[in-house]
Design a protein around this ligand. Sequence first.
Ligand code: MN
Length: 229
Amino acid sequence: MKKLVLFFLVLISIQFSLKAQQEPFHKFAPLPYAYDALEPYIDKMTMEIHYDKHHRAYYTNFIAAIKGTELENTPMETIFANMSSYAPAVRNTGGGYWNHEMFWNCMKPNGGGVPAGKLGDAIKSTFGSFDEFKKQFAEAGVKRFGSGWVWLTVNEAGKLIINSTANQDNPLMNTETLRGVPVLCLDVWEHAYYLKYQNKRGDYINAFWNVVNWDFVQSGYDKAIARKQ
Ligand code: MN
């Protein structure tokens, strides 16, 4: 009987260690809130399709694109810093995977308001006022032709800039001219807003300000500035 118990214990521990090995380095994180948590600004069906279909597909295709290569265990920031060395599939799917995870974190239920602290000060001194910043950010989003993203980025000089990227590119990629550490992002692909806002991308951007998670943006800004010092 004792031998039998021991046998099962060994079996269980082998299973556990196999599971630990299977745990991927690049993970598909859960959405930090419910699909309907950002209503009425971002509707439930858009969130569900965006997270569970679009984002998941980027992740699955990224994992397939890097299978059997050293990128399976390489941090995303390192991959982006060397983006020009890799195939377009890695760029598109890796960007899509990472950008969306950041985007979910840039929002929260009952978000919005005005950023405070060092970030609030930096926004005011860079753009003149918070309203002027919002205006320029929205303009960058409306003007992005086709699909892409708008970013608030700490550039290589440690200054805040607003920049827009095409497709699933981001400011960490060495393929970009305006590079730096992004602290806020907005997805302006049609799939991010079409069900509720149709062709009115500007209305979607206006609504976005009601769900921005400024605590997350502030913490990203503090880390990016600390890295510069
Ligand atoms: Mn998207």
